[in-house]
Design a protein around this ligand. Structure first.
Ligand code: ATP
Length: 270
């Protein structure tokens, strides 16, 4: 609904430490970007302009939303979060006015992060973008990003699984200044993510001792898959009246997660 995209949401206390498996260079660049935003005067002196917008791209469930939340938290910013599909409207002008409202609201509550997930639904190449209405909405987004508006104190963060689908005008510096790839985690990355999600769980000694092996044997798993693996294992341990998550529960959860990634909705007994 309109109010849902126009209002800042209370931010869960996510920090960069909750996002596992980021490549060191990317983490470094993000930290540096945050510094330019936090210290604009100092940055201006050495000739660095704080970015207007950044893009996070990569497969589903790799932590793009999590990262956007962490960025907002690190900046102490209000978080305005929505999905590109929330702007797809049948009636000409409605999508554009939603974009306008979103930015107007954020300008009243700076510092603010405006996060748009699935931005390809809003900023896809014009030809494929659903005719006149889609075009008007995208044009409005471009206007709000740089059309003489003061976006001081606002960071625009967009996320997509389909960077190749995005309109070139949208990706121009001054609108999107940096693109960060958020790929599926490698073994080291999975180990980090596993440690994050294992933290709050009661694991048997056997499971604790085999977390390295778990990271090695979950090639292709996203952060979201690893998170759901621990949830599934916990629920099974609970059902069986155990105090600890055992090796069996983890093995069961791996199988369920492998099934789930191809046919999640058909195949989830939990
Ligand atoms: P989508 O493209 O589907 O929107 P996404 O990349 O935005 O996915 P998130 O929504 O951030 O992914 O991830 C879903 C959940 O999976 C997170 O809330 C978190 O619990 C877990 N998760 C995903 N990636 C990571 C990560 N890199 N580190 C720790 N947890 C993660």
């Amino acid at each position: 609904s309109k109010s849902a995209i126009s209002t800042a949401r209370p931010l869960p206390s996510i920090t960069l430490a909750d996002v596992g498996g980021l490549q060191p260079e990317i983490k470094q660049e993000i930290l540096q970007t945050l510094t330019t935003l936090k210290e604009p005067e100092r940055s201006a002196k050495i000739g660095i302009k704080p970015p207007q917008g950044i893009l996070l791209y990569g497969p589903p469930g790799t932590g793009k939303t999590l990262l956007a939340q962490a960025i907002a938290k690190e900046l102490g910013a209000n978080f305005f979060s929505t999905s590109g599909s929330a702007f797809n409207e049948m009636f000409v002008g409605v999508g554009a006015s939603r974009v306008r409202n979103l930015f107007q609201n954020a300008r009243k509550q700076t510092p603010a992060v405006i996060f748009i997930d699935e931005v390809d639904a809003l900023a896809g190449r014009r030809k494929q973008n659903g005719g006149e209405e889609g075009e008007k909405t995208l044009t409005e987004l471009l206007v709000q990003l740089d059309g003489g508006h003061s976006n001081e104190g606002i960071l625009f963060v967009a996320a997509t699984n389909r960077k190749d689908m995005l309109d070139e005008a949208f990706l121009r510096p001054g609108r999107i200044d940096f693109s960060f790839q958020v790929p599926l985690p490698d073994t080291t990355g999975r180990k980090e993510i596993i440690e994050i999600h294992a933290k709050g769980k009661q694991l048997s000694l056997e499971v604790l001792a085999s977390l390295d092996k778990l990271a090695e044997s979950t090639s292709g798993f996203s952060g979201a898959d690893l998170s759901s693996l621990f949830e599934t294992a916990s629920r099974r341990a609970l059902r069986n009246g155990q105090d600890l998550i055992e090796k069996d529960d983890i093995d069961y959860a791996i199988d369920r997660t492998v099934l789930g990634s191809t046919s999640r909705s058909l195949n989830d007994p939990d």
